[in-house]
Design a protein around this ligand. Structure first.
Ligand code: TRP
Length: 334
């Protein structure tokens, strides 16, 4: 608890271009949650180097992501928006927690298995202990809730296991966090393969709407979206492409699937695709304008980066000092 409010922690990686799925499925919900919780929204740049990155691109994308958090409506006076690498406590706690995490647990992580298959030439120790750094992120702030996608649920479970293990050895130290899995309705699938999540690492750029795509590109990608040969606009699992378009439309307009089905009764896929394109364009326009405005205000973004890193470090150090003492590190001499 901070000032009588429960603590929320979440983070995103600045690798790849963020998609509409990241926005509708995560960022938009973060803004709603920020009213209820004391929030830490981190740009997890330390996680990013578990896969080889171009330094200049990583730096640029990290700043773009931080700017996007603000543009999406997270007030940096109220929410702690910062870079993981600016608060050394993340790495320090991760080291300690590494010593309370078993190789067996880590080898069961499906993300590790997937990523090591994908990057077979670079299966580094950081990739293996990725979940431990993530546990450190969360536990450092004594977070009560962690909004994540379903793919991160296993990482939340190991975080809870590590925290419980530590607490049972040394006494109450960490708050045990709960995963907050967003509504399934907001799960956005690829436009080219509606069985697959819309992903920033998709090789086919037509499958994803990127947050910075211009209106023509958005409309074109929607027009090309894969549907089916049923030629009827219904909301059902047998028509995953159409269902996904309806979900996107609903997430942008606030309508329910039933309303959309009624609205498009007797119309064709072309009409639906055009309407979805327009809905996305209007959803993203204010966001893109705000990003453009903020990007020009270098001094403001710099001040957010500095102030929030200090704020985060204050809370991080409180936990870190406690943990260091618990495990037996000598006291600091002041
Ligand atoms: N692993 C998360 C992802 O790829 C990102 C992340 C890192 C995170 N640390 C976190 C998410 C802590 C929530 C809480 O999506």
């Amino acid at each position: 608890m901070i000032d009588g409010k429960k603590v929320l922690f979440s983070g995103m990686q600045a690798t790849g271009n963020l998609t509409l799925g990241n926005y509708l499925g995560a960022l938009k919900n973060w803004v709603t949650l920020s009213e209820e919780y004391e929030c830490f929204y981190c740009v997890v740049d330390e996680h990013s180097i578990t896969v080889r990155q171009d330094p200049a691109i990583l730096r640029k994308r990290a700043r773009a992501l931080l700017t996007l958090y603000i543009a999406a409506g997270l007030n940096p006076e109220k929410n702690c928006i910062y870079y993981q690498s600016h608060v050394s406590g993340h790495a320090e706690l991760a080291w300690i927690l590494n010593c309370y995490t078993y190789m067996g647990e880590l080898s069961r992580m499906t993300q590790f298995k997937d990523k090591s298959a994908k990057h077979a030439d670079n299966i580094n120790a950081g990739l293996f202990t990725y979940p431990v750094l993530m546990a450190a992120d969360i536990l450092l702030y004594q977070a009560d809730v962690v909004p994540v996608g379903i793919d991160q649920k296993q990482h939340l479970e190991i975080t809870r296991d590590i925290a419980q293990r530590f607490n049972s050895i040394y006494g109450e130290t960490f708050t045990i966090p709960e995963a907050y899995i967003g509504k399934t309705g907001a799960k956005i699938m690829s436009l080219q393969n509606p069985e697959k999540k819309m992903s920033k690492s998709d090789e086919n750029p037509n499958g994803s709407i990127y947050l910075m795509d211009d209106p023509d590109t958005i409309i074109r990608k929607c027009k090309r979206a894969v549907t089916d040969s049923e030629a009827q606009i219904l909301y059902r699992d047998e028509q995953p492409g159409v269902k996904n378009l309806i979900n996107i439309y609903c997430a942008c307009t606030g309508e329910t699937p039933e309303q959309v089905v009624a609205e498009f009764d007797g119309k064709g896929y072309g009409d639906l695709k055009a309407a979805v394109g327009e809905a996305i364009v209007s959803q993203l326009r204010p966001l893109q304008e705000e990003v453009a405005r903020l990007e020009k205000d270098k001094a403001y973004i710099d001040s957010v980066i500095k102030n929030n890193a200090e704020k985060a470090a204050y809370f991080a150090n409180k936990t870190l000092r406690k943990v260091q003492k618990r495990v037996g590190f000598p006291e600091r001499i002041r």
